[in-house]
Design a protein around this ligand. Structure first.
Ligand SMILES: NC(=O)c1ccc[n+]([C@@H]2O[C@H](COP(=O)([O-])OP(=O)(O)OC[C@H]3O[C@@H](n4cnc5c(N)ncnc54)[C@H](O)[C@@H]3O)[C@@H](O)[C@H]2O)c1
Length: 273
């Protein structure tokens, strides 16, 4: 299915950040946008701005995704594009990769939340939609993972592990369902100016500067939204809004030990600064 003929798009985590920018870009391109978020007010405000509809859903709950898909398709029509963008990360609160403590709530609850929201939400969306898309000859999934799904997020083992799983699931989806006319893109940015990295929700005033592990610069969410639309238009699987990531992936594949040593040095540099 080509981008121009797509009519209805669902975006999870559409209330803020990358999801909200994607909703805006899709609406500007004439799509009917369904804004999905766990935060009801955020979803409603984006939907009101764009003349779309809002649904309050926890994407980590399979029944809620089944109800979302069934509800949108019966009220508004077939979903052509499903953007699984909602995601969470909590950090290794005490600095240990296999930590058993620290942070908010129990560490197992944080792993479980990463697993359900960063991975299973993508599986739930595919389970709900693949049979419908196959029957009507196609559709498209955009799964927002992270560069942490190809490399590693220093200081967040659960985020890194689950984003790797998200990339692997997107590969399986693309390999298995290409012949059903189903397209898949997986989005792997480094830092983006959103609440997830502690930049408040007004990327308009973001000046590009920020400390931390933003070696290749922090992108505005609008740039990522444009990359998402370009990848759907071009039917490209791997979306790298920071092009440097392609080089890092090549280096990692060519010499894993050297790459680990480089990451160890980088981690040390971050903890010194
Ligand atoms: N910001 C970055 O630096 C960065 C880098 C790489 C990848 N990403 C990924 O981009 C995606 C979007 O993140 P963002 O940076 O825009 O962050 P954000 O915090 O601004 O937005 C995330 C949105 O998801 C919603 N959400 C969280 N849990 C949910 C749930 N269970 N059900 C439904 N909605 C839920 C939040 O309410 C929020 O609106 C995430 O998957 C994130 O991992 C972000």
């Amino acid at each position: 299915m080509n981008y121009e003929s797509m009519r209805i798009a669902v975006v999870t985590g559409g209330g803020h950040g990358i999801g909200r920018a994607t909703c805006r870009r899709l609406a500007a391109d004439g799509k009917r946008v369904v804004v999905v978020d766990i935060e009801e007010d955020a979803a409603q405000s984006v939907a009101a701005e764009l003349g779309g509809s809002a649904r309050t859903v926890n994407v980590g709950d399979e029944q809620a995704i089944l109800d979302l898909v069934a509800g949108v398709e019966s009220d508004e029509g077939p979903i052509d594009l499903f953007v699984s963008n909602a995601g969470v990360g909590f950090g290794d609160a005490d600095g240990e990769a296999a930590s058993k403590g620290g942070g908010i709530g129990s560490v197992d609850d944080r792993w479980e939340a990463c697993w359900r929201i960063n991975v299973m939400a993508h599986v739930f969306a595919a389970r709900a939609l693949v049979p419908r898309m196959r029957e009507r000859g196609g559709g498209y999934f955009v799964n927002v993972a992270s560069a942490a799904g190809l490399l590693s997020q220093i200081g967040d083992a659960a985020y890194s592990a689950t984003k790797h799983a998200a990339v692997a699931f997107a590969e399986s989806l693309a390999i298995t369902h290409g012949e059903d006319g189903i397209g898949v893109s997986v989005v792997c940015p480094q830092a983006v100016a959103t609440r997830m990295i502690g930049i408040e929700d007004d990327s308009e005033s973001f000046d590009g500067g920020f400390g931390g592990n933003d070696v290749d610069g922090i992108l505005r969410p609008e740039v990522v939204a444009d990359c998402i639309v370009d990848s759907v238009r071009g039917q490209r699987f791997l979306v790298l809004p920071h092009p440097q990531v392609a080089t890092y992936v090549e280096r990692k594949a060519s010499d894993h030990d050297r790459w680990i040593a480089g990451m160890q040095r980088f981690r040390q540099k971050l903890s010194d600064s």
